[in-house]
Design a protein around this ligand. Structure first.
Ligand code: GNR
Ligand code: NI
Length: 181
């Protein structure tokens, strides 16, 4: 297992629409294990492949509390198939927007379909923090960050501060992969 560098916004790699996975193979399973290790170490409650520079529709999450047993989810090609009309507001954070938090309104419960790590099709009904986190992670697969759900003024302020932090070397610079010749 290995830790993967997490990309911090603003970065064009966080704005791309990720590609569906064709086969849940060993490479996909290994990536999900590395993503879980990276997420737990951060620490975070979710992580999407585009955040580690992989433009594929893969997310991992674990919203269990510290005193509870670990409850990792590994989801390939996740899709929200139903969502409640009623909404809840959570104070959201994002590993790609370090040190910034904002209240975001999302459907209170959702039904999500996905492939698990064996390639088996599954359906999950989620509410509370789990529902919020799944929606936050699927947003990443569509190039959407939580700041895209808040006012333009707040969004610009957060992105400007992150740009400045990167320029002053206060945030790691994750190198783009060398293009293949
Ligand atoms: O660690 C995280 N916490 C969090 C809190 C509220 C709503 C969503 C999240 S997800 C975030 C990790 C992350 O950036 N996942 O993409
Ligand atoms: Ni995030």
């Amino acid at each position: 297992m290995s830790l993967l560098p997490i990309i911090v916004a603003p970065d064009p790699r966080l704005k791309k629409i990720a590609t569906p996975v064709k086969q849940v193979d060993d490479a996909v399973r290994r990536l999900m294990e590395d993503m879980l290790e990276t997420m737990y170490q951060a620490p975070g409650i979710g992580l999407a492949a585009p955040q580690v520079g992989v433009s594929k529709r893969i997310i991992v999450l674990d919203v269990s509390r510290d005193e509870e047993p670990a409850a990792p989810y590994r989801m390939v090609n996740p899709e929200v198939t139903a969502a409640s009309d009623d909404v809840t507001v959570y104070e959201e954070g994002c590993l790609s927007l370090p040190s910034h938090y904002s209240e975001v309104e999302r459907p209170s419960w959702i039904t999500v379909s996905y492939l698990d790590e064996t390639g088996m099709s599954r359906t999950l009904e989620a509410e509370g923090m789990l529902a919020t986190c799944i929606q936050h992670e699927i947003d990443h697969l569509d190039g959407v960050l939580f700041v895209d759900h808040i006012s333009r003024v707040k969004r610009s302020m957060i992105l400007r501060k992150l740009t400045k932090a990167k320029k002053t070397g206060c945030l790691p610079d994750v190198p783009s992969p060398t293009p293949a010749l």
